[in-house]
Design a protein around this ligand. Structure first.
Ligand code: HEC
Length: 105
């Protein structure tokens, strides 16, 4: 009985340790990090008509189609914007955050 408890306790401990490792292996990236690393190369300058970071006029008509439509376009790629805006391992949440970052007016 005692041994059984010990095994249970050890199991709980190692599970805790493993999840801590899993979390630290993929640290969450901030919206600014994603934007600077993957999006700014085109969206800071308006390359090929890319809507420019922080310029409301550039985003107004696109935002009118809805945020989900914009997210879909980023994931699939849109004309000369490559799929995922080049951030191939970005989650939906990270892409959303990066778009929101560019739409701070
Ligand atoms: C290689 C250049 C390039 C990169 C890198 C890039 N974009 Fe774009 N993006 C564009 C261009 C060009 C357009 C305009 C496409 C069009 O309408 O023809 C665009 C359009 C968009 C739009 C508007 C989509 C719509 O529905 O109208 C969003 C949102 C967007 N980009 C987000 C991002 C995000 C987020 C990243 C980084 C993860 C990113 N882009 C990286 C070039 C780029």
């Amino acid at each position: 009985m005692k041994l059984h408890r010990l095994i249970l306790a050890f199991g709980a401990l190692s599970f805790g340790a493993l999840s801590a490792v899993a979390l630290s292996a993929t640290p969450p990236r901030s919206a600014d990090q994603i934007y600077q690393t993957y999006c700014a190369v085109c969206h800071a300058t308006g390359w090929n008509g890319a809507p420019i970071n922080g310029i409301e006029d550039d985003w107004e008509s696109r935002a009118a189609a809805g945020f989900d439509a914009m997210l879909r376009n980023v994931k699939q790629g849109l004309n000369t914007m490559p799929p995922m805006g080049t951030c191939m391992d970005c989650s939906d949440a990270e892409l959303r955050a990066a778009i929101e970052e560019m739409m701070k007016f």
